[in-house]
Design a protein around this ligand. Structure first.
Ligand code: HEM
Length: 145
């Protein structure tokens, strides 16, 4: 289901990304722009405003956890659904995250990656990246019922 271009593009993007930087920026943006997503991170302390969220070490650590989670999908492009079975169960049954939020975080990630890549984020690269994230999101939604 992936073209050679898509495979190479997805691997190359993740090969160049700084997971600390991009993880923090994407999660931060999601928590700021869609403030209802903060409700799942009650144990992260007070997330008063964008500056507090940006400076919160638990947000930074969790941003990296999310990027490492995506890294697993990149390394298993032909079996993302299988790779994410447990993660989908966790978000659904234990964390009870509303699955609509997956797409919101994915969109924040796209914006951050676009900003970091600048002119290299061509229309073709964007299409491959968003296709990857769409598969990730649908795989994370899979254990919801
Ligand atoms: C935990 C990945 C989206 C809320 C995790 C973990 C990973 C992960 C790898 C750690 C699992 C473990 O400890 O075994 C992802 C990916 C996402 C995503 C790849 C989509 C791109 C979301 C969204 C929310 C969310 C949208 C809520 C709005 C949480 C929470 C935890 C968690 C609350 C537990 C945090 C803690 O207390 O340490 N996620 N996640 N996730 N995720 Fe997600």
């Amino acid at each position: 289901e992936w073209t050679d271009f898509e495979r190479e593009t997805i691997k190359s993007i993740f090969g160049k990304l700084d997971y600390d930087d991009v993880g923090l920026a994407a999660l931060c943006r999601c928590l700021v722009v869609y403030p209802w997503t903060q409700r799942y991170f009650g144990n992260f302390g007070k997330l008063y405003n964008a500056d507090a969220i940006n400076a919160n070490p638990m947000v930074a650590a969790h941003g990296k956890v999310v990027l490492n989670g995506l890294d697993k999908a990149v390394k298993n492009l032909d079996n993302i659904k299988g790779t994410y079975t447990e993660l989908s169960v966790l978000h659904s049954e234990k964390l009870r995250v509303d699955p609509d939020n997956f797409r919101l975080l994915a969109d924040c990630l796209t914006i951050v990656v676009a900003a970091r890549m600048g002119a290299d984020f061509t229309a073709e690269v964007q299409a491959a990246f968003q296709k990857f994230l769409a598969v990730v999101v649908s795989s994370l939604c899979r254990q919801y019922h």
